[in-house]
Each structure stands twice: as C-alpha cells, then as structure tokens.
Design a binder for this molecule. Structure first.
Ligand code: GLY
Length: 394
C-alpha cells in the first residue's frame, strides 16, 4: 500500500510562501505602485525594456493568493486585501485593450481572483468585458486569435488567455464566444502542437486566405524547436480549455504536452530554456517554465480519470516544487529582491536571463498554495488527494 507523508513538503512549501510574502512586502515598500517584470542582477527597478506589457497582473495576483492561503480572518489578511485591491484597480482600463492577446494573464490573476473572493457582480463584469475584448482578435479565415505583433501571427501563449473567452461565453451563455474559443484551440492544436507533444512558439498564417504557412518563434531558439515556457503554457492552457469545454481532444493535448515535459526534462524537473537550445546556452534553465508546469499539472491531475496517471502528475508537480524550493529560492541571498532565481524572459533579446521573472513568482505561489490546500484536504478526508474529475474551476 502506498503511504503518503506530506509533513516535510508541507513545511518546505509553507516556508516558501512566507518567503514570497516577505519579498513582495519588500518590493511594495521599496517601490510603491510599481509593476516590475524581471530583475536585473536581482533588482526589480532598472531601465531594461519590457518588450510588451503582459504581466502587470502577476504582482497583485500573488497578493490575492496570499490572502486565499491565509484565509480572510487571519493576521495580515486585511493588509493583503488592501494591497491586492490597490494593485488590481489600476488594471481595469485594460479590459478594453484589444491591441494585445494577453488579457487572460492580466484578468485571471486579478479581477477573477477578486470576484472569487467577494462575488461582487461589478468585479465579474470587468472580467466578462475583458473576455469579449480578447475575442475581437479572432481572425475568421485563419480561425485564431492573432498575436500582438501582427495579424498573421499566433502565439502558443494565447492558450493561457483563451480561457477568458470560455469564461465570458459560459457566464453570458454566448455560443458565438464559445465557438471562437473552441476554434482557436483547435487551430493551436493542429498547427502548433507536434505529434510528440512538443510545441512551436509561433505560427505564421496568410491572414487573407487563412492558410497556415510555417512555425516561427519570438522567444525560443528556432521555429522548429520547443521553447520550454511555451510548452508549459500549452500544458496548462489546454488543461483549462478542457475544464471549460469538456472537449476530450483538449485533455489529450494537455496530456501529450505534459508527457513531453516529463520525458524531456532533466530529473530535477527544471527544463532548459529551450529543449533544442544550442550547446553554448543549453545549460541555461527557466525556473518560470517549471513553476507554470507544476501549477498546470496540479490542475491537470484533477481531470484525469486513471488514478495512477493522476497520481503521477500530482507527484511530478510536488517533485518540481520541492526542487524549486531547495535549489532555486533566493532566500540565501539577502541582496536578491525576487523569490525564484534562474528564470528567463527573452533570451534572444538578452532580457531577464538568469533572473527572477514576475510570472515565475506568481505561478510558483499558485502551485504552492494549490499543493498545500490539496494536502490539507487530504488530511481532512483521509484519502489520497486525487481531486474529483469534472469540477468546474473557473
Ligand atoms: N510572451 C509571454 C512569455 O514571455 O511567456
């Protein structure tokens, strides 16, 4: 019989969340109302370019997670509630920003968490508005949500954002929105996910005829390589697309991407920045990809009907988190302002390489909070924490 003992992991993960809280407090004290993206030599404030503004939600998103982790009645809960609102509120105007494909990153981490906490219909309205705005990027002939760089381009990252359209479709009972979301996922699955479960970062289409032309990349090594963060976005994004749609094709894709991650990543669970990186930079890892993958696997295991496979994904996620906590936490370096070291933003442009990155911090905290909550429920229920299948998460 398999025995599960979570005591040492629980302590490790609790301490990591405490450390993340400490670092976020330090950031907001030192640089109030600043939304950083990546560190430079461990410092959040620097003159390095952002490239695009897609991650302003992750700092307040961590605050919502701290609040959820502590529970509304605990010490510091009022502080995190106030800060989370203070940092989320200025993002509201982005709900009508149809120049980007990233609104899911911004609104799932903030207004959606806010709504889950308060059930305030005005807050929900902001999320729905953002979902409808994102749907405006749908290219009818190519059947995809175009990327911010051009009408003929689509990124795998959109798999983390299309959930906002599924959400708006469900809440507004809008079949047109649901069709847009499903058709986008089908296009991504067909052209950006390969038969072995690896993914391309970008697809280029003829935006007039809709014909698919080739794969490409912005942040990966090559159009035919597998950028590890893109893979992590895909495994998580197809999981949530399955949660919304119950379309088994999306679940199969999520599993294929996860299986690629597991079979191609070194034994500590932390991937190289690109699985096909050339020898000169192959040793550069991306801890943010690992954090996203762990967070995605913790969700995916809830949708898997085979208990052994579900358990395998759960324990792989725990293994990744354990190694992030023991080998990549910045805790031993008092000068470092981030939480997780060794993230990568944009290696080809030389931005944020071997640094802390805000989305890595967010998905790390999300995964820790999810794992701890599941362990707690396991203790209460006295059975293995394979969560129910077919739960509606959003
Ligand atoms: N462009 C989103 C990312 O860096 O993953």
């Amino acid at each position: 019989m398999i025995q599960f003992s979570y005591e040492s992991d629980r302590e490790l993960f609790e301490n990591a969340i405490l450390y993340a809280e400490k670092q976020v407090k330090r950031l907001i004290e030192n640089h109030p109302d600043f939304y950083p993206m990546y560190t430079n030599s461990g410092k959040w404030k620097h003159a390095g370019p952002a490239w695009t503004h897609w991650c302003d939600g992750f700092l307040p998103g961590m605050m919502w997670l701290f609040l959820r982790h502590r529970g509304p009645d605990k010490q510091d809960a009022r502080f995190w509630m106030e800060q989370a609102i203070r940092y989320s509120r200025p993002l509201e105007s982005r709900k009508t920003d149809n120049d980007v494909h990233d609104l899911g990153f911004i609104f799932f981490s903030t207004y959606h968490r806010w709504y889950q906490m308060t059930r305030d219909p005005q807050i929900r309205e902001v999320v729905l508005n953002a979902g409808k705005t994102l749907a405006e990027r749908f290219n009818e002939v190519g059947q995809y949500l175009s990327s911010l760089v051009a009408e003929d381009s689509v990124y795998i990252d959109t798999m983390m954002n299309v959930g906002l359209i599924f959400y708006a479709a469900r809440e507004c009972n809008d079949k047109r929105l649901r069709d847009i979301a499903v058709r986008h996922c089908m296009t991504m699955r067909r052209f950006l996910v390969r038969a072995d479960g690896s993914v391309a970062h970008e697809g280029i289409f003829d935006s007039e005829t809709g014909e698919f032309l080739r794969t490409s990349t912005q942040q990966g090594y090559r159009g035919d390589s597998c950028w590890s963060r893109g893979l992590a976005w895909a495994l998580y994004g197809f999981t949530t697309s399955y949660e919304y749609s119950r379309d088994p094709r999306f679940l199969h894709t999520a599993e294929a991407c996860t299986d690629y991650y597991i079979t191609h990543t070194p034994v500590d669970g932390i991937p190289p920045w690109d699985y096909n990186a050339p020898p000169e930079n192959r040793s550069i890892v991306d801890t943010s990809a690992a954090a996203i993958a762990a967070a995605g696997m913790l969700r995916l295991c809830r949708s898997i009907s085979d208990p052994m496979k579900g358990h395998f994904y759960w324990s792989t996620a725990i293994h990744i988190l354990r190694n992030l906590c023991t080998s990549y936490l910045a805790a031993g370096d008092s000068e470092w302002e981030g939480v997780l070291k060794s993230g990568v933003y944009h290696l080809p442009k030389g931005l944020g390489v071997d640094e802390s990155v805000m989305w890595g911090e967010y998905f790390f905290v999300e995964a820790l909070e999810d794992a701890l909550r599941t362990m707690h429920n396991h203790n209460q229920n006295h059975h293995f924490p394979r969560p129910e299948t077919h739960v509606t998460v959003h």
